[in-house]
Design a protein around this ligand. Structure first.
Ligand code: ADP
Ligand code: MG
Length: 424
């Protein structure tokens, strides 16, 4: 699914463009939260013909792409409220417009295609490869600082040591399930918007080896999307395990090129450790289970991540893309840093009566974010909420999970008083 923070909270507006209108209307959006994410791109290979007029570079010779005269000037940005609109200048455009990144031959125009074509973007930019963040830094840097509320000179530090967590979610919390996911990408391959078909195939092969090396509680099966029967696919989606195609941002940004080839899902036997392959990020690594043991879920994630990291090193001499400043590299700048979203599906009937807007505001004060339980584009219904960390960059994983534990306990305490207030 597309990046929640990038556009989810924006209500679509009507546009003149039939194409963009269709896309915008298919997402449910509302006013932007203080903090948000995105998704982006276009590619060196089969970019959707509807969204680009550039000749496609071939994998072997990305440098042959020519820009037409019409594209020499800065194109109109449709998403007027986007961070791209805020920070793109003629100077930046002219400085970078002819540049192609080394890993995928990615261009500035490809990075910002969603914001050119759609009017509902908050962030509006994706990176096609790790290089994009450096090569187009005059655009990416201010957007990253603005989005994550950071100041120049910040540095990101990862810490996934579960023994540092203090306390646990309250016994009184009515938590159905807990899930923590991180986005990871492998250095040397393009990110989903720019990854070439060959890179995607190689990446999947490497992951198949990594999955085969998992043992004990982590041992499981990889299910490629290619050839998956419809009943299996639908069941995996219904059980909240599998991603789907069709997200307008992902399509427009080039992330669904060659679908479903190279995509798949791995899960262990207990379905508590899952890995999505080649969706919005090359890897979404997920630990989840019923109940509210967030400490246990974090511990499993931390161990599983290390096993995968060790395997890609051993089997392919590869490492996760990790930037000294930006932390773990992800295709959407809103996920940079930890790439982590830790969530609980929790009943908050008192807050349900109080109203979603008040809950959103309270969550924001606590460094949390509420959404509906059917994924980012599902909307909020009933009084079961998905509560997760609002921040990704500038805080360690331990800090963010600790904040989840403390914040969720606070919401549960407040919910008791609200239940009394509303006579529940
Ligand atoms: P993300 O993009 O962070 O992975 P989404 O909101 O797109 O998250 O959700 C992806 C899937 O994970 C959806 O099917 C959603 O219902 C499921 N999910 C998220 N959090 C939980 C949770 N705590 N328990 C069970 N399922 C969850
Ligand atoms: Mg998602």
């Amino acid at each position: 699914m597309g990046c929640f923070e990038c556009y989810e909270f924006r209500r679509p507006k009507k546009t003149e463009e039939p194409e963009a209108t269709a896309v915008a209307e298919s997402t449910e959006q509302q006013p932007p939260p203080p903090v948000t994410e995105t998704e982006t791109t276009t590619t060196t290979e089969a970019t959707p013909a509807s969204v680009t007029t550039e000749p496609e570079p071939t994998e072997s010779k990305p440098e042959v792409v020519e820009t037409t005269t019409a594209e020499m000037s800065m194109p109109e940005i449709k998403s007027k409220d986007s961070l791209v609109h805020k920070y793109m200048t003629e100077e930046i455009w002219n400085k970078y417009k002819d540049h192609k990144t080394k890993t995928c031959g990615f261009t500035l125009k490809q990075c910002v295609i969603c914001t050119l074509e759609l009017d509902n973007q908050h962030c509006g930019v994706y990176a096609g490869d790790h290089d994009s963040y450096n090569d187009f830094k005059d655009l990416f840097d201010p957007i990253v600082l603005d989005y994550h509320g950071l100041k120049e000179g910040f540095a990101h530090k990862s810490d996934m040591d579960p023994s540092k967590l203090v306390g646990a979610t309250s016994e009184d919390a009515d938590i159905h399930s807990t899930r923590i996911r991180v986005g990871r990408n492998i250095e040397g391959f393009g990110l989903s918007p720019g990854i070439t078909q060959t890179q995607r195939q190689d990446m999947e092969k490497l992951m198949i080896k990594a999955f085969e090396s998992l043992e004990g509680d982590f041992a499981g099966t990889y299910y490629p999307l290619t050839g998956m029967d419809e009943t299996t696919r639908q069941k995996l989606v219904d059980d909240h395990f599998l991603f789907m195609s069709g997200d307008p941002n992902l399509i427009l940004s080039g992330m669904e090129r060659d679908w479903p080839e190279g995509r798949g899902i791995f899960h262990n036997e207990a379905k508590t450790f899952l890995v999505w392959v080649n969706e919005e990020d090359q890897l979404r690594i997920i630990s989840m289970e019923k109940g509210g043991d967030i400490n246990g879920v974090f511990k499993r994630l931390s161990e599983g991540l290390r096993l995968i990291e060790d395997s890609i090193k051993k089997n392919g001499d590869r490492v996760f893309s990790l930037d000294p400043k930006l932390g773990y590299i992800t295709s959407c700048p809103t996920n940079l840093g930890t790439g982590m979203r830790a969530s609980v599906h929790i009943d908050l009937p008192g807050w349900g009566k109080e109203g979603n807007d008040k809950l959103k505001a309270r969550c924001s004060e606590l460094g949390l974010q509420p959404r509906g339980t059917r994924g980012e584009s599902g909307g909020m219904t009933g009084h079961t909420y998905d509560i997760s960390n609002k921040h990704r960059l500038g805080y360690s994983e331990v800090q963010l999970v600790q904040n989840m534990i403390d914040g969720v306990n606070k919401l549960v305490e407040e919910d008791k008083a609200l239940k009394t207030k509303h006579g529940l």
